[in-house]
Design a protein around this ligand. Structure first.
Ligand SMILES: C[S@@+](CC[C@H](N)C(=O)[O-])C[C@H]1O[C@@H](n2cnc3c(N)ncnc32)[C@H](O)[C@@H]1O
Length: 165
């Protein structure tokens, strides 16, 4: 498969999944966490489909299209390994939804990321909250959710928190 086809498949899956989860996410109180602002494409879509939710965005830097820039209060700058651990006072309530888009495309580095990320994301999620991740996460107190048609197997992972660890 060409890289163009792979990119289109990834973007299509992101959109289908995000929209599929809206009703379930809206059943849960709490803000949304967007891990990886990048150029702001998925953040822009999240704020469109969740006009009722506060969205906190994490990245090393703010380097997005100007039309997709979060305001200063909602842009959390720095290494997510640090900022996710210490964002509680700023974010407040635990999250109803987290979209994780920080894969490195290097399998060894991805293994290192999921090792530190899984416990941090667990701490920031509300019971009932949903995590959508391009990286497979080991989350003992979450259940894997069924994905709608059109999502290539292994492309995305969707987890729902069932209880506190
Ligand atoms: C694939 S891009 C995100 C794309 C974005 N969701 C979009 O739709 O435009 C990944 C982003 O994650 C950020 N990132 C990766 N690892 C990070 C880390 N440990 N801390 C902070 N940001 C990180 C990178 O700087 C990059 O901007």
């Amino acid at each position: 498969m060409s890289r163009l086809d792979s990119f289109i498949r990834r973007m299509t899956s992101q959109k289908i999944l995000m929209e599929h989860l809206v009703d379930r996410v809206n059943e849960v109180e709490g803000p949304i966490l967007e891990l990886g602002l990048g150029n702001g494409r998925t953040y822009d879509h999240l704020r469109e489909i969740y006009p009722n939710k506060e969205i906190f965005v994490f990245d090393f830097t703010m380097d997005c299209h100007p039309s997709c820039a979060p305001d200063a209060e909602h842009m959390i700058l720095g290494d997510i390994r640090d900022t996710l651990a210490f964002c509680g006072p700023r974010v407040g309530a635990k999250a109803s939804f987290a979209h994780i888009d920080i894969g490195s495309a290097d399998p060894t580095n991805d293994l290192a990321i999921v090792h530190w990320l899984a416990p941090l994301i667990d701490k920031r999620m509300a019971v009932g909250g949903i995590v959508m991740s391009a990286l497979e996460l080991d989350l003992a107190n979450f259940e894997a959710l069924e994905k709608p048609e059109g999502i290539h197997p292994g492309r995305y992972h969707v987890y729902r928190k069932t209880c506190e660890a």
